[in-house]
Design a binder for this molecule. Structure first.
Ligand code: ADP
Ligand code: 5GP
Length: 197
């Protein structure tokens, strides 16, 4: 057996805690899967994004999002405080940079749940990130889930479905695809990809 080359770590690169990016069309079940996974594995740190979107019933500031004004978002962007940001279906969303870098520095697994444009920015700035695409079992099921959630008016659903067509076409850009048929199965697969187990 060949000797380990000098300077290489005894830990295979894939065993390191890493940055995982979860993307997929609105309504596919990203939040549901992540919540399910984190119930049993809260050690996977989920970045809390800033958004100009209004809170949905039950959403809490600092837990689900940092709900900010347009002016506050302008400042976050201008001051370079976001690792990535994007406009999605009429609102802006962005990942606070410092918190993510601190967690990675501390060796903790980090999960970002962001849209396609954000995933592309992270891929460019942090190529070691693992990009995971969550796909619906079918287009009709995606429409059913997005409509059935009952959180957006019809015109917003239309915008989100238009974005979904673009996002589904970009699936080959991702390192991995998980099909969200069973929340439990996908949560388990996602956990494995974050290298916690
Ligand atoms: P996203 O975060 O991707 O926008 P959500 O997590 O809000 O999506 O899920 C959208 C809707 O689909 C919710 O009503 C959720 O309960 C439902 N849902 C999520 N995963 C599944 C699944 N595997 N089977 C059936 N319904 C699901
Ligand atoms: P929602 O309004 O349904 O919570 O989110 C809409 C879309 O914005 C989803 O695709 C979600 O993943 C994405 N999103 C949430 N936070 C961020 C973020 O910080 N950056 C980017 N680029 N997208 C985000």
């Amino acid at each position: 057996m060949a000797a380990t080359p000098r300077g290489t770590s005894p830990v295979p690169p894939d065993a390191r805690p890493r940055l995982t990016v979860l993307s997929g069309p609105s309504g596919v079940g990203k939040s549901t899967v992540v919540a399910h996974m984190r119930k049993e594995h809260p050690e996977v740190w989920l970045s809390v994004s800033a958004t100009t979107r209004r809170p949905r019933p039950g959403e809490q500031h600092g837990v689900h999002y940092f709900f900010v004004s347009d002016e506050e978002m302008d400042k976050l962007i201008a001051n370079g405080e976001l690792l990535e940001w994007a406009e999605f279906a009429g609102n802006r969303y962005g990942t606070p940079r410092t918190a993510v870098l601190e967690r990675l520095e501390a060796g903790e697994p980090v999960l970002l749940e962001i849209d396609l444009q954000g995933a592309r920015q992270v891929r460019d700035s942090m190529p070691e990130a693992r990009l995971v695409f969550l796909a619906p079992p079918s287009w009709d099921e995606l429409v059913r889930r997005l409509t059935g959630r009952g959180t957006e008016p019809p015109e917003v659903i239309e915008r989100r479905l238009a974005a979904a067509r673009v996002e589904l076409a970009a699936e080959p850009e991702f390192d991995q695809t998980l099909v969200n048929t069973s929340v439990e199965d996908v949560a388990r697969e996602l956990l494995a990809l974050t290298n916690v187990v």
